[in-house]
Ligand binder design. Sequence first.
Ligand SMILES: Cc1cc2nc3c(=O)[nH]c(=O)nc-3n(C[C@H](O)[C@H](O)[C@H](O)COP(=O)(O)OP(=O)(O)OC[C@H]3O[C@@H](n4cnc5c(N)ncnc54)[C@H](O)[C@@H]3O)c2cc1C
Length: 367
Amino acid sequence: MKAIVIGAGMIGSGIAYRLAEAGVDVIILEADRVGGGTSGISFAWTNSHGKEPRDYHELNVSGMKAHAALAEEFPGQTWFHASGSVAWRKTPQDREAMMENFERLQSWGYAIEWIDRKQLAELEPDIDLDHVGDAMITYCHEEGYVDPVVYCDAMVKAAQKRGAKLRVGVKVTDLAMRNGAVTAVKAEDGALYEADVVINCAGRWADTVARDPGLRLPLAPTTGFIVFTPPVATGVKRLIHAPDVNLRPDGAGRLMVLTNAADDLVSLDMRPSPTMPQALDVMRLASEVIPALATVKPEAARITARPIPKDGLSAVGPTPRVKGYYVVVTHSGITLGPYLAKAVADEIVHGRTRQELENFRPARFFN
Ligand SMILES: Cc1cc2nc3c(=O)[nH]c(=O)nc-3n(C[C@H](O)[C@H](O)[C@H](O)COP(=O)(O)OP(=O)(O)OC[C@H]3O[C@@H](n4cnc5c(N)ncnc54)[C@H](O)[C@@H]3O)c2cc1C
């Protein structure tokens, strides 16, 4: 079987690896560079917080387990950090929402527990406890984060080791079809790449790889804004979710910081800069949580878009009108990447239907 994977982000690179592992003849076509899309600008928290309905929650929990299993499959791997996460909430409204979320997650068997200020200080000594006050605090020890580009590189190289070919700088512009089945993809430079099956893993660009509007997955991307510190002398080890700001380590002492509010203050047509007021404001909020950041200026700021199918849920599976054309587009793609890689390869190679994906089929958009 010959497969073409379009896009070498968190989704495509893992799928390419699992297909190559199963003996499929794989070509990865990447318009830009490995991990250079949304995956390269992601908070990359592996979690299933507030992910509803229940089957979407379960899918994300499977994603978290798949990360732990993959880390064992690749001894010495450097992309997955099983760090755990802490969160706290202060206002009556936020406490109520946190309590509701806690009870729901606990009743679903999720690893979440209440901790007190002393335990928080032991886990993350750099947090200003005065800022935490008498907040309600949770700890989720099974959550973690990923360095997505490191993951993508490792998956692509593992696929190449099993015979897969990587072509970077190749932008797919259309599908070629015969008798209702995909036969090849067409690239911008006119080249044709033949395949029995094409897997569209182009993330937020997934609706641009086929010219036929009837084959385009409807997307509802949202803008994301992330600020990066220079290396700083803090011992932050985990994901920290304060009421107004989220942060985590980003290697060599750097921290990655984001707020929900700042997402609404940027747009894709802006040129991100560490001196833009939005970036300075995000840093100010972070320094209220970690006083050691008080004199730290942002080193970089980045703006990107989340690849979100129109109804907010994952779209994973064949498209109904064309044989051999499979789509895998999702938010929470960092959490879900390794799990979907195995499930999708299993469906494509062995023709099995994975029941856990049945409510997430792209067919729901093509009736
Ligand atoms: C600010 C922010 C925070 C996030 N936080 C989290 C989080 O905490 N946890 C989590 O699980 N998820 C999170 N996400 C979502 C997650 O990052 C995405 O779901 C994931 O990165 C999607 O991966 P992907 O491989 O589908 O897309 P991408 O990484 O964008 O990969 C798609 C690739 O396809 C290539 N491509 C596009 N068009 C073509 C074409 N025509 N031909 C060839 N190649 C093409 C692109 O160049 C790109 O490399 C976050 C996203 C954002 C923006």
